[in-house]
Design a protein around this ligand. Structure first.
Ligand SMILES: [Ca+2]
Length: 475
């Protein structure tokens, strides 16, 4: 046998750098806002280009249908029957119910694999002095709003640069001012990207647009449209998201790292308004032919626009209708990064790596959602092409055939007792009891207990921000 000396090309055997991962959540954007999903009046050329250069998904599901639990589902890899955050729960004076210390997050997994990590925009998973602080959950750098309520203003008096207040001149936080928050957040994001281009990085970019209030610094191409101010502002917000996503992709290309970076662009819940609302009736996009919107359990509340872009790896121009959900992102990232997740890691998701590369989505028994809003938590499940919705523990289970009836207009429960039983089994199995999230709804006693456990005394200074050291937990 002749042995031949084969020189190995320089670097051929060196492990290639694991891919960067950027997950973008545009707050409250509707699937139908984007040109590539059928929008005619609002311009989204860069996202349409992203879809053409990547893959567009028709049945991508949010964590659930409001902000905090939906992003928590992404961040923890858990559906909302297991996720420690299952509703919007504000902890006055600023911030939301924190993620617990022991929760393993996607940012912690990234750090364990040697990635640099950052979050920009709206956090919503705990104030800086709680277990849910971004810096307690694996994030190296943060710039933006900690609290969802604070994020209602696009001209706030302050943002946070890491945990330190960053003062915005010319703003009062109540109306249109001089310094547009998204401008600063985008700039900080681009700067961080440039400074971390030579190492693997994970970025969660939680863009606050186009969530209300509909405030914009420039109506741009919509200035002279015969629309209401609110309609112009909304269109300009969506186009601003588009422009900023364009800058993000251009920057990756300029840095020469586009082909080693996966971007997933989506929104945290379906449209936040009805098709009959001032914005909905102008742009005819609110539900994109689906039933329901934000805070509900129908498809219009849970399905989102979703684009994956990774030049050379994610197929260009693919449009696919297989279902997947936010809680798949963490196991997907575990496989992509080669990370060994920290102890305590668990997930309800499945890796989508083969699917992203052009294969089929993983098979699974079911998807499950719950959402806690006041005294009436709601639940939903999808198994195969069947969808089950229960609008409260004391309400009947509704059954829809998504293959024949994507608009969920014909409840089949009365003729399909077998499917109702299957839904009951899923609802029973998927919901892990949690004292913060009783399925029977929150009682007065429960609210008092939660208030006592989570109220934090803080003093605001004159500029409105809360010094992180001025904190005292009420026992
Ligand atoms: Ca939202």
């Amino acid at each position: 046998m002749l042995l031949t000396f084969c020189p190995v090309a320089h670097g051929a055997d060196a492990p290639s750098s694991p891919p960067n991962f950027i997950f973008v959540l545009s707050d409250d954007i509707a699937q139908g806002d984007l040109g590539c999903y059928g929008q005619k009046l609002i311009q989204t050329p860069r996202l349409d280009q992203m879809a053409a250069e990547g893959t567009r998904y028709l049945q991508a599901y949010c964590g659930t249908s409001v902000c905090a639990p939906s992003r928590s589902s992404f961040f923890t890899g858990l559906h909302t029957g297991h996720c420690p955050v299952r509703g919007n729960y504000e902890v006055p004076p600023e911030g939301q119910l924190p993620l617990p210390d022991e929760t393993v997050t996607i940012a912690e997994v990234a750090k364990s694999a040697g990635y640099a990590t950052a979050t920009f925009g709206k956090w919503g998973m705990g104030y800086f002095d709680t277990t849910g602080s971004p810096f307690n959950q694996g994030v190296d750098h943060f710039f933006g709003y900690n609290c969802q309520r604070h994020a209602h203003s696009y001209f706030p008096t302050y943002l946070y640069d890491d945990a330190q207040p960053f003062i915005l001149p010319g703003n009062d936080g109540r109306t249109v001012g001089e310094t547009y928050a998204q401008e600063l957040i985008q700039n900080d994001m681009i700067d961080w990207l440039k400074n971390h281009a030579d190492q693997p990085f994970f970025m969660f970019y939680a863009i606050t647009l186009p969530h209300g209030r509909h405030e914009i610094d420039d109506f741009g191409i919509y200035r002279d449209k015969p629309w209401t101010e609110k309609q112009k502002a909304y269109a300009a917000q969506v186009t601003r998201v588009d422009t900023d996503m364009g800058e993000l992709m251009d920057t990756l290309r300029d840095l020469g790292i586009a082909e080693n970076t996966l971007i997933v662009f989506t929104g945290d819940n379906g449209s936040s308004f009805s098709p009959q609302s001032e914005i909905g009736k102008r742009f005819d996009q609110a539900s994109n032919g689906l039933r329901g919107f934000k805070r509900g359990m129908y498809e219009g509340a849970l399905r989102q626009a979703a684009l994956a872009w990774w030049p050379g790896t994610v197929p260009a121009g693919r449009v696919d209708a297989q279902p997947w959900a936010f809680w798949d992102m963490l196991p997907t990232f575990v496989e992509l990064s080669g990370a060994t997740p920290p102890e305590g890691y668990e997930t309800d998701g499945f890796s989508l790596v083969d699917y992203l590369k052009g294969g089929d989505a993983p098979e699974r028994d079911y998807f499950y959602w719950e959402l806690h809003r006041g005294d009436r938590p709601v639940q939903a499940a999808r198994f195969g092409h069947w969808k089950a919705v229960r609008n409260g523990i004391d309400k009947p289970i509704e059954i829809y055939d998504l293959k024949e009836d994507a608009a969920e207009s014909h409840d089949l429960a009365s003729s399909r007792a077998d499917l109702v039983r299957r839904a009951e089994e899923i609802f029973e199995e998927a919901h892990r009891p949690d004292p913060n999230w009783p399925l029977a709804g929150r009682t007065k006693e429960h609210t008092e207990r939660a208030k006592k456990a989570w109220t934090i005394k803080r003093e605001r200074d004159k500029s409105g921000w809360i010094p992180p050291n001025a904190v005292e937990r009420v026992e």
